[in-house]
Design a protein around this ligand. Structure first.
Ligand SMILES: [Zn+2]
Length: 98
């Protein structure tokens, strides 16, 4: 599903859920702030980031395999409320067809 880049090299990142390597723009950046995983919608929050597809299946895979613990080098558990809410909201809007 990758398009041609016509010489422009896009930064690549790996989804911590499905481990697919893809353009950074496609993935949601997640940062750890005070024990909570926060979706970094503008890509501007400071600190270490992890990248995940903004879909529930990838988020759940990442949680199940403790990918966030590895990415943020912490034992967790992390508060996923904000991140989950964001991903689920996106999933709902993308399935709603006008
Ligand atoms: Zn993924």
């Amino acid at each position: 599903m990758s398009g041609r880049t016509r010489g422009r090299v896009c930064p690549q990142r790996t989804c911590v859920g499905c481990r697919e390597r893809t353009d950074k723009d496609v993935l949601l950046r997640v940062v750890l702030i005070g024990g909570s995983l926060i979706p970094d919608l503008r890509g501007r929050l400071p600190g270490r980031g992890a990248y995940v597809h903004s879909v529930p299946s990838c988020l759940e895979q990442a949680v199940r395999r403790r990918a966030f613990n590895r990415a943020f080098r912490g034992p967790g558990p992390f508060d996923l409320a904000d991140l989950r809410e964001h991903v689920e909201r996106e999933a709902r809007t993308s399935t709603e067809r006008p």
